[in-house]
Every structure is written in C-alpha cells, then in structure tokens.
Write a protein that binds this ligand. Structure first.
Ligand SMILES: [Zn+2]
Length: 258
C-alpha cells in the first residue's frame, strides 16, 4: 500500500499570488487519492481556484514521491487544458486526447506531474467551443471562430498552474514542459514557474479532420512541430515544420506561410 505523498495530506491549504491590483488569486487543495490508470498509478490532488467564475475542480496527477520530485534537478510536467470532446468522445477535430494520453505515459515512466486544468476550449467553455466548431464548419479557422464569438485567441490563465505547482512545493523546481506551444511556456514563466526546457509532443494522429486545426496552431498560434527540444523562450521555427505531419493531399495547401 502506498502512502499519499507528503505535503498532499493536509486539506484546505492555500497558495496565493497577486493577480490584479487589489486582488489575490488562490488555490485550495481539498483531497488527494491514488488512482491506477492505463498509464500507471498517479496520486491525484484536487484543487479549487478563486479565479473561477463558477466552481471547478482542477487536478494534479503526480507520479513519484513529491519530496523526490522537489529535490530533482528538473521535473517533467504537462499543463493540460480540459477537452471533453477530444478526451471523452474521441473527437478527431483536435489532438487533445492523444496529448493527454502521451503526457500521462511519459510522466508515469519518468516521474513528474500532469496538471489538468478545467479550461475547456482554451478557456471559452464547452458550449462556446461547440459554437466555434460550427463556425469552423463554415470555413473559419479556430482563431477566427474564437474572435467571431467575442473571445481572444486564448482565454486561459496559466497563473492557476503556477499556484498549483506552488502548493505542491514545485514552483522553484526547474520544469521540463511537455508542450508544442511557446506561448504556454511564456505564460507559465510569467506565473513564476521555472521552465527549464520545452519538450515536444508531436501529433501522431494527423487526419483530414484535424490537419487544419494543427496547421492553424502552427501558423497563427506559434505552435512548434519539430522533433528537437527547445530551450525555454527560444524563438519558434517556421510553421512549415508542420508539413511533414500533414497527410500528403493536404500538405500543399495547409501551410500558408512557408
Ligand atoms: Zn481538443
């Protein structure tokens, strides 16, 4: 029987940070339990965040002993945003389910943390995301669709991730971040997370359904689809790097800034 990692037992601990003049956001850790998954067993801690307009639960999936992770030279980390359609329904419009699965497998293998943030649809919520899908069916890309609905390209707030890592005692630990998104690296650094390195998560399941979405992420949102790791903050290479991952019949049309 495995004990819960130290530091996760006491309920209702708070980590706070200044988020706006006169205001401070905080997270509260409510419970931790152990869950065996297809990718191995994780200690799962549930948090709430004062920054949520409606109450939500955010999770930290921890593989390995926290004390060892805190003392390690670096820790592998994925900051993953909820995507019900991709993760539960197996939607092929995006690569979120695959990214979560592969992140859990890598973190389980090496030790580390997956933060699962309830920021569906890059922060616009499930209903608005489905509305955005309808706009995409009319020919708009994912960025245009968000804007037509009155949202920014990315409404997520990564200060939440910083607070969760802080609560886990990992804010100061150098993080190797599993992501293709340099803006996520910058968002986490702005939240005080010590991002040492970006570790790519290349899409494996590229299809006619998600190719345009992946291409938009590369050309309009700066995502990097290259094999090599990058030092955090390194400038993104050209979006044409996505081309090898597109189906042949889409490769010539999808990447528009080569
Ligand atoms: Zn998704």
């Amino acid at each position: 029987m495995t004990r819960a990692p130290r530091g996760l037992i006491a309920p209702l601990r708070r980590a706070t940070t200044a988020c706006a003049p006169g205001a401070a956001a905080s997270v509260t850790q409510h419970v931790v339990t152990r869950i065996p998954t297809a990718h191995g067993a994780f200690d799962v801690a549930a948090f709430s965040w004062s920054g949520d307009e409606t109450p939500k639960e955010h999770l930290a999936l921890i593989s390995g002993e926290l004390a060892q992770l805190r003392a390690a030279p670096s820790v592998l980390c994925r900051v993953h945003s909820e995507c019900l359609t991709g993760e539960v329904l197996g939607s092929r419009l995006c690569d979120c389910g695959e990214q979560l699965d592969r992140s859990m497998a890598k973190v389980s293998h090496e030790g580390g943390v997956v933060l699962y943030l309830r920021q569906e649809g890059r922060g616009i919520g499930l209903i608005q995301k489905l509305r955005a899908y309808n706009l995409q069916r009319q020919g708009h890309d994912t960025v245009e669709a968000n804007r037509l609905l009155g949202f920014a390209d990315d409404e997520r707030d990564f200060s939440l991730a910083g607070l969760m890592l802080d609560d886990l005692g990992l804010r100061g630990t150098p993080v190797r971040l599993l992501t293709n998104n340099p803006r996520k690296v910058e968002g986490l650094k702005a939240a005080g997370v010590n991002v040492l390195e970006r570790v790519p998560l290349l899409p494996l399941d590229v299809s006619e359904y998600n190719a345009k979405y992946l291409n938009t992420k590369a050309t309009r949102m700066g995502h990097i689809y290259a094999q090599q790791s990058g030092a955090a903050g390194a400038s993104p290479p050209r979006a044409a790097l996505l081309r090898p991952f597109l189906p042949r019949h889409l490769a010539g049309v999808a990447v528009d800034d080569a």
